[in-house]
Design a protein around this ligand. Structure first.
Ligand SMILES: Nc1nc2c(c(=O)[nH]1)N[C@H]1C(S)=C(S)[C@@H](COP(=O)(O)OP(=O)(O)OC[C@H]3O[C@@H](n4cnc5c(=O)[nH]c(N)nc54)[C@H](O)[C@@H]3O)O[C@H]1N2
Ligand SMILES: Nc1nc2c(c(=O)[nH]1)N[C@H]1C(S)=C(S)[C@@H](COP(=O)(O)OP(=O)(O)OC[C@H]3O[C@@H](n4cnc5c(=O)[nH]c(N)nc54)[C@H](O)[C@@H]3O)O[C@H]1N2
Ligand SMILES: [Mo]
Length: 646
């Protein structure tokens, strides 16, 4: 078999050019025409006014905290609904739901600095070497300082190459793996009973739940040798300090929140949470997806992660904003898409999201977007989603063209500053939203990003102590920061160790979760498990990175292990048909020895050339609404020679 590398994927990746002026059209059959800001905003305001009560906002996890604060305020005050969400739904919503259920707060519990000062790092379903390269620098420092690292991933990724041990489990078998580790820790007498007693509830039920998950049963289900599972269990439980990091390999499943709970259980069992150097790190995705949620651009929380169902919280915001807040949760992104199908959601204001290409089962997503009465897209590029819109508003980039703050995975709020002017007539996101709000009867006066931030500080106790001046002085501050004098510890939930029950607060419950395999089953017709994810050289739907992909591997490939390539008689660069129960695409083959027989990998980065999400299944986590991007069933067919056209 030849594994000669080709420099060509399926066509050169599409390059997008910046939007420089507003676009409108009178009907969806017509092409866009250039419009003045006044015309475009008047039309946008008219379209949204007509849809009050049937409105949804997609907010931008690339843009600043200040922009997300204003976007959710627009949704709640101007449009009178809590239907606001972002890409967090396709991503880490299960982490937020799982951490909130266990600890009452959805943030990662430790800091990057602590990764450098820990004894054990578990990278579970996370390819941080590619997807979180800055964080990975801290991991490498930790390893240099003596930490051991384990990787739990179906693929031997670039991250796994740095690990002491790689546990290559079958896709969707993380709960069996976690439960077997838990059982082994209990049976080996390594559970931290002092912590369990002091800080947790439900241990007895948990011990019963994991009892059937012997190492040998786990080996059968996960495909990982019992000895390797045992070794990880002992290493994690015996470590003085340990960090458990996870990302989408855990969350992008139909039972993503259960997966997260299964991992959190391990920290409760060993006491690896709430102390310096020990914690839980769901590495967040887009640069400000943590901040977007913190600012209330999610359907169940007001700014500062304050629960909408709490009457005192609502009262505070009602008086601050002079409005009435709906006393129930809004629709999340997934539910908004379902409501488009049913016809109860009629208009969407989409800011900096490209769901026509990022949602699972993209054909279905596009059909639903088309069914809307009115779609406004505010972006920096003319995306596939923007092509479906009635009005397109050109924004500035949250990075380098605006002032404000963003919040990273360790809950650190940092300043961003305007360094360059935006192109053409592009305007700042906040400026555009406020202009629209004014046309809809709400005149908000914000002199600058800092005045938005100070309004947020006045309603969010966790952010109160972070003035712009202090953010500057400390080069960013982690929340919570509740007063303007001191800084709080770098990690959360230290209270769980407090000997005084009154100060310990609510104890952390073990999550009683069961194994539930992927929804899209492999069978004779679709015998291969496809998992999807990222490459170092490209970003999400490729809008911001498409034209700059690596010269070595431009465009999309379907990656197979050498044995499968041989079995199908295909070589690197050869185009094949890849089909699932939902759709079919043509993609060239890449051979990756880090894969195992029966497992294929594709990215989501080149949807204009190969739309991977035509293949994925919209099987959603019932708690978090996240789709099972990580497990589809596919088949691969050689193309007849005559159809191989280049
Ligand atoms: N270069 C680059 N960096 C990025 C992005 C990008 O597009 N490009 N996107 C950003 C965003 S939005 C996000 S959310 C993050 C995502 O960051 P990651 O979650 O690290 O990235 P992925 O490649 O999607 O998935 C991680 C790993 O999950 C593994 N996996 C698949 N199925 C399973 C399973 O069943 N169990 C386990 N244990 N593992 C499994 C995959 O093999 C993969 O290595 O990256 C961010 N950073
Ligand atoms: N198959 C598969 N699909 C997936 C995933 C997967 O692992 N596999 N992962 C999922 C995940 S984790 C995510 S996060 C989603 C990502 O899905 P999306 O968020 O829909 O994808 P992006 O390509 O990141 O789109 C971001 C958009 O924001 C615009 N933008 C950037 N900065 C600004 C700004 O400052 N202002 C405005 N107004 N616009 C701006 C960009 O031009 C771009 O169009 O994809 C999901 N889809
Ligand atoms: Mo993400």
């Amino acid at each position: 078999m030849s594994t000669r590398a080709t420099k060509r994927g399926r066509g050169a990746p599409k390059t997008y050019t910046r939007l420089t002026h507003p676009l409108v059209r009178d009907s969806r059959d017509e092409p866009f025409r250039r419009a003045t800001w006044d015309e475009a905003l008047t039309r946008a305001a008219d379209g949204l006014r007509a849809a009050r009560g049937a409105f949804g906002m997609f907010s931008c996890a690339r843009a600043t905290n200040e922009m997300n604060y204003v976007a959710q305020k627009f949704t709640r005050v101007v449009m009178g609904t809590n239907n606001v969400d972002s890409c967090n739904r396709t991503c880490h919503a299960p982490s937020v739901a799982g951490l909130s259920a266990a600890f009452g707060s959805g943030g990662g519990t430790s800091s990057y600095e602590e990764i450098e000062h820990t004894d054990l790092i578990v990278m579970w379903g996370s390819n941080a070497r590619f997807a979180h390269p800055i964080f990975f620098q801290h991991v490498l420092k930790g390893i240099r300082n003596g930490a051991r690292m384990y990787a739990v991933d179906p693929r031997r990724t670039s991250t796994a190459e740095w690990a002491e041990s790689w546990l290559g489990l079958n896709v969707g078998t993380d709960i069996p793996m976690a439960h077997a580790i838990g059982r082994e820790i209990i049976h080996a007498g390594l559970a931290n009973h002092a912590f369990i007693e002091r800080a947790t509830t439900g241990f007895e039920e948990y011990a019963q739940l994991v009892e059937p998950w012997t190492l040998s049963l786990a080996e059968k289900v996960t495909g990982v040798p019992a000895a390797a599972i045992r070794e990880l269990a002992h290493a994690y439980a015996r470590a003085e300090r340990a960090q458990l990091c996870w990302t989408l390999g855990i969350t992008e499943h139909h039972n993503g929140t259960d997966n997260v709970r299964a991992l959190i259980n391990l920290s409760l069992l060993t006491g690896h949470v709430g102390r310096y150097g020990s914690g839980l790190q769901p590495l967040r995705g887009q640069n400000n997806v943590q901040g977007g949620g913190d600012m209330g651009a999610i359907p169940n929380r007001l700014p500062g992660f304050q629960d909408i169902l709490d009457p005192d919280v609502r009262l505070k915001f009602e008086s601050a904003w002079d409005t009435v807040i709906q006393p129930h949760y809004g629709l999340n992104l997934t539910e908004m898409f379902e409501s488009m199908e049913e016809g109860s959601l009629r208009a969407v204001y989409c800011i900096g999201e490209n769901p026509a290409q990022s949602e699972a089962d993209s054909e279905q997503a596009i059909r639903r977007l088309r069914a809307l009465d009115f779609l406004v897209v505010q972006d920096i590029f003319l995306t596939k989603t923007a092509e479906l819109a009635d009005v397109v508003l050109p924004a500035t980039a949250g990075w380098a063209e605006t002032d404000g703050t963003t919040t990273n995975s360790e809950r650190r709020v940092q300043r961003v500053r305007k360094a360059v002017d935006p192109p053409g007539e592009a305007r700042g996101d906040i400026d555009i939203i406020c202009d629209l709000a004014a046309r809809l009867g709400h005149d908000w006066k914000y002199a600058d990003a800092e005045s938005v931030w100070n309004e947020l500080r006045s309603v969010s106790p966790d952010h109160y102590g972070m003035t712009y001046e202090r953010l500057e002085e400390h080069q960013g501050i982690q929340w919570p920061c509740r007063d303007t004098e001191r800084l709080e510890p770098t990690y959360l939930h230290g209270r769980l160790w407090d000997p005084d029950p009154a100060r310990r607060g609510r104890l952390a419950p073990f999550g009683l979760v069961q194994h539930d395999p992927p929804v899209d089953l492999t069978d004779e017709e679709f015998p291969i498990r496809l998992t999807t994810g990222r490459r170092l050289d490209s970003y999400n739907t490729g809008v911001q990175s498409g034209g700059f992909a690596s010269p070595l591997r431009r465009g999309e490939y379907v990656e197979l292990c050498p044995e499968d390539a041989e079995r199908y008689g295909v070589v690197v660069g050869e185009e094949v048909r890849v089909s699932s129960r939902r759709g079919s695409v043509v993609a060239p083959v890449w051979v990756d020895p880090g894969l195992r027989p029966g497992l294929a990998f594709m990215t989501m980065h080149f949807p204009d050339e190969v739309d991977t999400n035509q293949l994925t299944i919209e099987a959603n986590c019932p708690i978090a609404g996240t789709a099972e991007f990580k497990a589809s069933a596919i088949r691969i067919e050689k193309l007849p020679v005559a159809t191989i056209v280049r």
